[in-house]
Structures are given as C-alpha cells and as structure tokens.
Design a protein around this ligand. Structure first.
Ligand SMILES: Nc1ncnc2c1ncn2[C@@H]1O[C@H](COP(=O)(O)OP(=O)(O)O)[C@@H](O)[C@H]1O
Ligand SMILES: O=C(O)C1=C[C@@H](OP(=O)(O)O)[C@@H](O)[C@H](O)C1
Ligand SMILES: [Mg+2]
Length: 172
C-alpha cells in the first residue's frame, strides 16, 4: 500500500480531511506539524518565534523523510509549505507515495483562515485585507510545487465528506 500524502495551502483542509479519511479507510494518519511538535516538544508557533523559519524548514524536511521511511501504510497531512522547500516536491512523485493536492480558491482560504490564524505564524498578525493580498501572492508562488502532486482534488464548496469521497474515488 502506498503512503497517501495530502498537500496544499494553509487552511485547504489537509489535517481535517486526513483525519476523516483515516477513520474511513482505517489507515493511521500522521500530521507532519504534530509529528514535528512532538519530536522537538515545541509548538510550531514557538519554533518559528524562537528558532526561525529556516530551522523549521530543516526540521520539516527531516521529519517528512522520516515518515516516508516508515514501513507501514500511513496517511500524511503535510504543512502548507512542505512541498516548497528542500527537494520535498520531488518526494511527492515517488513510486511508494500517492500524493493529492487539495486545491482551494483564495476566497475559500481567506474564509477558513480568518477564523483560524493564531497558530499559523505566517499569517497570525495580518488583518483580513492584508491576508487576502498575502494569500493571493503566496498561493501563486507555491502553485508550481503543489502541482507536482500526482492528483488534484478541488475542495471549494465541498463538505468534508464530499472531499473524502473524491479521494476514495482516486484510491479505488
Ligand atoms: N469542507 C471543509 N473541508 C475541510 N475543512 C473545512 C471545511 N469546512 C470548514 N473547514 C475548516 O477549515 C479549517 C481547515 O483547517 P485544517 O484542516 O487545519 O487545514 P490545513 O491542515 O490544510 O491547514 C478547519 O478549521 C476546518 O474545520
Ligand atoms: O504554509 C506554511 O508555510 C505553513 C503551514 C502550516 O501548516 P498548515 O498548512 O497545516 O496550516 C505550518 O506547517 C506552518 O505554520 C507553516
Ligand atoms: Mg494542518
């Protein structure tokens, strides 16, 4: 069984969808951010604040590789930036992985993230107008990496269940 990797911009639903998919297909789910937090016993917010983003990106790469080396089947929910650093985007194309980009529009992302930004250091201090500008530019810059995924599932206007069903079709 290939490892299932969910990727996409902050707020697209990687952590939420991975958890639901895990229940449905009874394959364990590991959220990369949570894996990093447990490993270094610090929150993502604290790692960014005290060690800086470059340090976080190195940790993120090491932990991603560690998860890819697990021998058992797993679902991995990446962080929004994971595919965009080190050679991580190349790892999305491996034979033993099935990578899925959860594609969300700027509007969907702004709606979801405006309610959920405090633990996301890249946007925590932005107001709604700044956030929309930031997401529009950042998503454009990152899309090249996200598009390296083997499959794309759009998530706009879909319930969690509908997105999970779309993924199940890919797995069938
Ligand atoms: N249809 C939906 N699919 C996924 N997440 C949704 C949906 N509707 C609302 N949300 C909310 O959007 C947020 C997505 O956050 P999260 O799963 O942490 O995304 P990510 O891990 O990609 O940053 C959660 O608060 C979730 O409850
Ligand atoms: O997009 C990013 O660079 C980041 C996304 C976050 O994960 P989520 O996409 O799960 O919010 C987390 O890894 C960190 O705050 C950096
Ligand atoms: Mg997440």
């Amino acid at each position: 069984m290939k490892k299932i990797i969910l990727l996409g911009y902050m707020g697209c639903g990687k952590s939420t969808i991975a958890k639901e998919l895990s229940k449905k297909i009874e394959i364990p789910f590991i959220d990369l951010d949570e894996f990093i937090e447990k490993k270094v016993k610090m929150t993502i917010k604290t790692i960014f604040a005290e060690k800086g983003e470059i340090h976080f990106r190195k940790l993120e790469h090491e932990c991603f590789v560690e998860l890819l080396n697990f021998t058992n089947p797993i679902i991995i929910g990446l962080g929004g930036g994971t595919p965009c650093y080190a050679n991580n985007h190349e790892l999305l194309k491996g034979e033993n992985v099935l990578s899925i980009y959860l594609k969300a529009s700027i509007e969907t992302l702004v709606d979801r993230l405006s309610l959920n930004k405090s633990n996301r250091p890249l946007i925590a201090n932005k107001d709604d107008v700044e956030m929309k500008e930031f997401i529009a530019t950042h998503l454009f810059e990152r899309s090249y990496y996200y598009n390296q995924a083997q499959h794309i599932v759009t998530v706009d206007q879909k319930t969690i269940e509908q997105t999970v069903d779309d993924i199940l079709e890919i797995l069938a």
